[in-house]
Design a protein around this ligand. Structure first.
Ligand code: RB5
Length: 148
């Protein structure tokens, strides 16, 4: 598995924590910033990561900002992206099993590094269950094809 990770200035600490986790799990990743001392704009980080996942260059993406909201709104504008904003372990598991989310967003001003780590580990290691859920995701994909 290859993961693209990025954050804005509001998510840099959790980004580092998740990189440590991926090192421990032996998961390959690339860090797309930010390298910021000052404030940056979250779409400048969310959209390139989402595009890399949508193009198949990476299997999954992880995006962190202050709330995770800006990152998730931005990533979900990219066709083929199912970005889940997650702040609990149960949702992390279910959004992989049911939604086959391919991007995870979290907010560093909402949760601490310990919980973010557990969420990321659960999300990275849970599998899509397909079946009836595949049909539902197919409806989203059909909408994207017909309405863009
Ligand atoms: C930056 O101040 C903040 O707005 C951003 O990190 C994020 O929370 C946006 O959704």
């Amino acid at each position: 598995m290859k993961v693209a990770i990025a954050s804005d200035h509001g998510g840099m600490n959790i980004r580092e924590e998740i990189k440590k986790l991926m090192d421990e799990l032996g998961i390959q990743y690339e860090d797309f910033g930010c390298e910021c001392e000052t404030s940056v704009d979250y779409p400048d980080y969310a959209l390139p990561v989402a595009e890399k996942v949508a193009r198949g260059e990476f299997d999954k993406g992880i995006l962190i900002c202050g709330t995770g909201i800006g990152m998730s709104i931005s990533a979900n504008k990219v066709k083929g992206i199912r970005c889940a904003l997650v702040h609990d372990v149960y949702s992390a598991k279910l959004t992989r099993q049911h939604n086959d989310s391919n991007v995870l967003a979290m907010g560093e001003r909402v949760i601490g590094p310990g919980l973010a780590r557990e969420i990321a580990q659960t999300w990275l290691t849970s599998e899509f269950e397909a079946g009836r859920h595949a049909n539902r995701i197919g409806k989203i994909a059909d909408y994207e094809e017909k309405n863009l």
